[in-house]
Design a protein around this ligand. Structure first.
Ligand code: SF4
Length: 276
């Protein structure tokens, strides 16, 4: 079986940086608390726990004062940062520099008097953070929104699909007089999707490796399954051999929160089961 491995796939720069910062912090003081999973990947989170990085869902779950708390690559609402400071936690801010840039653009737009429109998933932590930096003069884009302001500033979630952003811009363009756009979509996302599209054209089936709770892995899966039989797996153990009974080739890609070792394990499994 011919295997096509995506050139762009696996952990992105921002997630890798957050993990390195957390591991560094855990060298001297354990545990280090992460507000939400540091990476949307169950297997990787389990490994991190063994190295002293504990996931909590809210600040009140952290019992001990003076402990280290890591802010994930998504960033957080500034109110959360303020609460952590008030409670005396040592903050390790692993907000991805690209997310931080989006937060700064939001603040700039507000200062310049724009009504801010964030294009993204309303429950995504990054979007919640961006809304926090915008304050009251902001809303999340939806096709149904009533646009009352004449002057709007638009910022997308860094992992937004480019096509979705383009349609939102076209929709807004017809309804306002002045619009300022900052394109903060991260190239890590664009490259992964473009590469998946390139591979899916050549392969008979696709394997998309990554956490079931990872939005960008789920998007890669959606893109692939429109073209070829595609399977979203977290590890090689989930692979059923009859998925490939009619396939002569398989493409393997991975979301921005999938460690390289998990993709290596899938490739190794395929080479062993389909040696020719
Ligand atoms: S996808 Fe891009 S913006 Fe998001 S954490 Fe990774 S590098 Fe940063």
């Amino acid at each position: 079986m011919k295997i096509y491995r995506a050139r762009y796939g696996g952990v992105c720069f921002g997630v890798k940086r957050a993990i390195e910062l957390a591991l560094e912090a855990a060298k001297n003081t354990k545990p280090v608390y992460s507000l939400g999973p540091l990476i949307h990947n169950r297997i990787a989170v389990d490994k991190l726990r063994k190295r002293g990085i504990i996931t909590v869902n809210k600040i009140t779950d952290i019992r001990n004062k003076g402990r280290k708390v890591i802010i994930r690559s998504h960033g957080v609402h500034p109110r959360i940062l303020a609460r952590l400071r008030r409670r005396g936690f040592e903050i390790i801010d692993a907000t991805c520099p690209r997310v931080r840039r989006a937060q700064r653009y939001v603040q700039k737009l507000i200062k310049e008097g724009y009504h801010v429109v964030i294009v993204g998933e309303k429950d995504h932590p990054e979007v919640k953070g961006l809304m926090g930096y915008a304050g009251k003069n902001a809303e999340i884009y939806s096709e149904q929104m009533k646009i009352k302001k004449r002057k709007i500033g638009v910022v997308p979630q860094t992992t937004l699909d480019l096509g979705h952003f383009n349609s939102a811009i076209a929709h807004l363009m017809e309804r306002v007089i002045e619009m300022k756009i900052y394109n903060t979509i991260c190239m890590a996302t664009v490259l992964r999707i473009n590469e998946a599209v390139r591979i899916v054209g050549k392969a008979d089936a696709m394997l998309i490796v990554g956490g079931k709770n990872s939005a960008n892995t789920a998007r890669l899966y959606q893109v692939c399954k429109e073209h070829k039989p595609s399977y979203h797996i977290e590890s090689a153990e989930e692979i059923a051999l009859d998925w490939f009974k009619d396939a002569k080739s398989v493409g393997v890609t991975a979301g921005a929160s999938t460690p390289r070792a998990q993709v290596d394990a899938v490739i190794k499994f395929l080479k062993k089961k389909f040696p020719h």
